[in-house]
Write a protein that binds this ligand. Structure first.
Ligand code: CTP
Length: 401
């Protein structure tokens, strides 16, 4: 089993006094589940919305609530801990806290703590939309951004006042994805650019029908997420919507057909280090999609569709990138995969038997055999797709190094 993605990381979570403070408890719990150590610091206003005991019970650490108490040994200890933090996340960040952080308002616990943390700051504003839109708040956020803070934009929606506008705390998946992205920036793939494809292409028959396959996109999304967590700049070209968390910090391009995917790949591989094609590309498409819905009465019992060959995307890429393919097979798995590796000029191919229950379509696990251009063959055990993703990236990294 690989380690949870945030293990070994210390996150200082600053909670300020918005009604969204209750969501910070869930955020804490999820960061802990991902393996992070979380030190919570609350403003006095936040402690009126949610009891510090809630966070203390989750983290098993005292919560910093008053940095200025004269006898606060705990605060001193925990400020020391804050100095070792890998990230300083402020969620929710009120207009007041944003102002205090921008201008270091003396006496504001959040601002004092921020000064002692040298780690990247991730700010998640939550406030009434008129406060968020106010030029003062926008100027403060711009100033913080200029100093390197990452701002996780609030969402549009119904606010505590009952009004609708932009000011709701961002979705926790987006916050967590951003934290993972920021923490990963110092990972072993930092400075690398990786293009990943995912999902089955859709080839239109008419305006309401298409030909596709059983690919769920899970393997490609797992690769994009793993590469993002390790610091790579990732472009994900996908036919299926990615999970929100994976999308944070990933440049996502949505496509439908093989031709669209080919164009997107050709553009994305320029200057990239690796292309990992996990997408199941339709080998054939209807010669021409009917402009109107095909009516059954016109087909006379038999409907003939003429299909034409789609280009082979992997084979068509001649940019100097490490090319990785997948071979989904139902028989003669290794022979077929080896032939594809040669035909498409790949560095690596991951072969899997899609008839097996632990590596079939839509499964959360995969059992692959990695074949290298050098001839080496590695049969990996059944693993969650995220671990298969890391195993492939380990090989890609070795080739890039
Ligand atoms: N692939 C591609 N372009 C295509 C078809 C496949 O780039 N038109 C890529 C897939 O993304 C995968 C690899 O090539 O990484 C192998 O795909 P697969 O469907 O297993 O093989 P095909 O080459 O299509 O051969 P066949 O369908 O005959 O098994």
């Amino acid at each position: 089993m690989s380690r949870p993605p945030l293990s070994g990381k210390t996150i200082v979570l600053g909670v300020s006094g918005s009604i969204a403070a209750y969501k910070a408890a869930e955020l804490t719990s999820r960061l802990l589940q991902l393996g992070a150590a979380v030190q919570v610091a609350m403003t006095p206003a936040a402690a009126r919305f949610v009891a510090p005991l809630t966070f203390q019970s989750l983290t098993h650490r005292p919560v910093i609530t008053d940095l200025f108490a004269p006898t606060s040994d705990i605060a001193v200890d925990h400020v020391a801990l804050a100095q070792q933090a890998d990230a300083f996340v402020v969620a929710p960040a009120t207009a007041n806290t944003v102002a205090a952080l921008a201008h270091w308002l003396a006496g504001n616990p959040g601002a004092t703590l921020a000064l002692s943390v040298s780690a990247p700051m991730i700010l998640c504003p939550a406030m009434e939309h008129n406060m968020f839109d106010h030029p003062a708040t926008q100027a403060n956020l711009a100033l913080l951004k200029q100093r390197g803070a990452v701002i996780v934009e609030p969402e549009e929606g119904r606010l505590a006042s009952g009004l609708v506008g932009k000011g709701r705390l961002a979705d926790l998946d987006v916050i967590i994805g951003t934290v993972r992205h920021v923490l990963g920036l110092s990972g072993d793939l930092a400075g690398r650019r990786i293009v990943v494809t995912a999902g089955g292409t859709r080839e239109p028959v008419d305006p309401v029908r298409f030909i596709t396959n059983r690919s769920s996109g899970k393997m490609g999304h797992a690769i994009a997420e793993a590469a993002r967590d390790r610091g790579a700049r990732v472009t994900l070209i996908t036919t299926t919507p990615p999970p929100v968390q994976a999308a944070a910090g990933v440049d996502v391009r949505r496509v439908a057909t093989a031709l669209e995917m080919q164009a997107a790949v050709a553009e994305a591989v320029r200057g990239a280090d690796a292309l990992i094609m996990a997408a199941a590309v339709a080998d054939y498409r209807p010669a021409a999609a009917a402009p109107q819905k095909i009516k059954k009465r016109n087909a006379d019992g038999v409907l003939e569709l003429q299909l034409v060959r789609n280009p082979d995307i992997l084979a068509s890429v001649d940019a100097p990138v490490v090319k990785v393919g997948f071979a989904a097979e139902t028989e003669n798995v290794l022979e077929n995969a080896r032939a594809k590796l040669l035909e498409k000029g790949l560095a690596i191919i991951a072969a899997n038997d899609v008839t097996a229950p632990d590596s079939g379509f839509d499964a959360d696990t995969n059992r692959v055999t990695i074949i290298h251009a050098s001839g080496d063959v590695e049969a990996l055990p059944t693993m969650p797709k995220i671990e298969v993703a890391h195993a492939l990236l380990d090989r890609v990294k070795a080739l890039l190094d």
